[in-house]
Each structure stands twice: as C-alpha cells, then as structure tokens.
Design a protein around this ligand. Structure first.
Ligand SMILES: [Fe+2]
Ligand SMILES: [Fe+2]
Length: 309
C-alpha cells in the first residue's frame, strides 16, 4: 500500500482514511446494547421486495410469511459468511504488511471490529427467524468451488477489493430499499439503518484503496477483473438467496431460483448495485484513459446513473 492522491478530492488517500478512522472512533455501537429488540412474528419484508415479486406466484398467507422470513435469513446468513471472508482477506493483508504504522492498518482494524459486531447482530436475527431452509451452496461441489475461488480472491488485493465492494454494495442497496418501505418489520429497519451507517465508511475505504491495489495488480489479475469480474460478482449476487429458501416454502427450489435470476426486478437490482463498483473501477483507471468498458462491464457502466444515498 503506497501514498496516492485521489482524483476526486485532491486529498491524499492517507488523509481520507484517517477521517474514516476518526468517524469510527466517534461512535462505537455495540448491537447487544443499542440495537436490541426482535423481529415480529409475521411478514418481515413486503411482497414486492421479495425475490419472487415478478413471478406472479399464488401462495397462501402462511407461505408468504415463511418466504419473507427465509429470504431475510438467507441474506443475513450470506452477510455473515461474506463478512468472515472480508475479515480473512484483511487479516492476511495485515499479516503480510511490511510496515504496520500506516493509517490503512489502523482503519482495517476498526473495520474488522465493526464487522464482528454486525455479524453478531445478524446471527441473533437469524436465530429469531428460525429458518428451516438447507443451503446447497454450503455443501458438496458448490462449497468446493466457493473455497477454490474465495481462497484465491482474498490473496489478490485488487480482486479482493472488487469483491469487498460487491459484497457491500449489493446488501447496502437491498437494505436501503427495505429500510425505506413502510411495510418492512420495524426491527429489520433498525438493523438495516445501523448496518448501512457503518457500511458507508467501509465502502469509502474500499473505493480509496482500489486505485493503489489496481496499480499493484498483475496483468492476469487485471484481465480477470476486466473480463470475468461481473460473472464472479453475479455469483455473489445469486447466492444471497439460495434455492433451499424456495424449497422450504413448498416451491421447486432450483427451478424457482433459476426463474428468479432472470426476472426484470432482479436484473435491475443487480445492475443498480454493480454500477457503483464499475464507477469505482473506472475512477481507479481500470478501464484505461479512454474509459471504454470491456464487453463484460458494459451493462453496468452507464454514466451519471450512480445511486445517490
Ligand atoms: Fe457489515
Ligand atoms: Fe463492511
């Protein structure tokens, strides 16, 4: 990690990261103390925010309720696993860092601290939701593919940074939409508000880091990001709600999962959440001076359409 000036503000990366550290120190939230409470017994997410919204399914009230709870539990479960991968990747970066006296190191330690608190809260909400679904992605061949890709991605800083941005942008957009909907369970809204507040700093850190890790990336790593990045990110996106969720409420698991992936609402959600990642890569210089996007990124790279919080 080396000193760079960020093109948007003129501030050095170090200055921006020191500001993030100061913000983390100003407000340390222990979820067991400040985000106490429990989800209600009914629907926790409104129908229009569920993954099957576009499929015109004819379900009973009990099935809708169960589906909303299973979907939320699946997203939170994926969130805990993602935060664990993030902590593993950052942990290795720190372990292999030449000089520990660096604002990045201090901020990473803050970020890991915040993620452990998020994960503890997510596990508590999962327990309250009592999901029944079995996640096929944590078993057999899917688990082996996941381990193969993840263990390589976390040791390649630029690819890791892109995955961190993806794993934070996608849940952030989902949580933003559910926070803003009046029919979302009030406690879920509170959990989302708390999480998004701290994630906004994590996103700023990953964006600040991306230009320098891109500069250090090998030719092969750059090729992977330019041409396979969106495919890997789509894998992350599609694993948030796994096929077992649908099976748990009496729907055909894999068939429903496949149909969901192709619906306009899911495509729009994916495009909107990947767009800021594309913008961050463009700012980091990943697409050259011309900024011309490789074919794999074109769908996500429309200018001036980035999400404003
Ligand atoms: Fe988090
Ligand atoms: Fe985070």
């Amino acid at each position: 990690m080396s000193a760079q000036t960020t093109p948007d503000t003129g501030a050095t990366t170090e200055t921006r990261i020191e500001r993030l550290t100061a913000a983390s120190l100003r407000r340390i939230i222990e979820p067991e103390v400040e985000v106490t409470g429990s989800v209600g017994s009914g629907m926790v997410l409104p129908k229009e925010l569920l993954s099957v919204a576009d499929l015109n399914l004819d379900l009973t009230d009990e099935q809708w309720t169960a589906l909303s709870r299973e979907e939320l539990a699946s997203i939170l479960d994926a969130g805990v696993r993602f935060e664990s991968v993030l902590m593993a990747g950052f942990g290795l970066i720190l372990a292999w860092q030449k000089d520990l006296v660096d604002p990045r190191v201090t901020y990473v330690l803050h970020e890991i601290g915040e993620e452990t608190r998020h994960s503890r809260l997510f596990v508590r909400v999962i327990e309250q939701l009592s999901p029944k679904a079995v996640n096929p992605f944590t078993r057999g061949i899917y688990s082996r593919i996941d381990r193969f890709i993840t263990s390589r991605a976390i040791t390649h800083k630029a690819l890791f940074c892109v995955l961190v941005l993806t794993g934070e942008e996608v849940p952030d957009l989902i949580q933003k939409r559910s926070s803003e909907h009046p029919d979302t369970d009030p406690y879920v809204r509170e959990v989302n508000r708390y999480h998004r507040m701290e994630e906004s700093r994590h996103l700023a850190f990953a964006r600040a880091l991306l230009p320098e890790v891109w500069n250090e990336a090998s030719v092969l790593e750059r090729l992977v990001i330019r041409h396979l990045g969106p495919a890997i990110m789509t894998g992350v996106f599609d694993s948030l709600i796994h096929p077992g969720v649908y099976r748990a409420v009496g729907l055909p698991g894999w068939r429903t999962w496949n149909n969901v992936r192709k619906t306009p609402a899911r495509r729009d959600l994916r495009t909107e959440s990947f767009r800021p990642v594309c913008d961050a890569l463009r700012t980091a210089g990943a697409f050259g001076v011309s900024g011309r996007l490789p074919r794999a990124w074109r769908e996500f790279g429309q200018l001036n359409l980035s999400r404003a919080d």
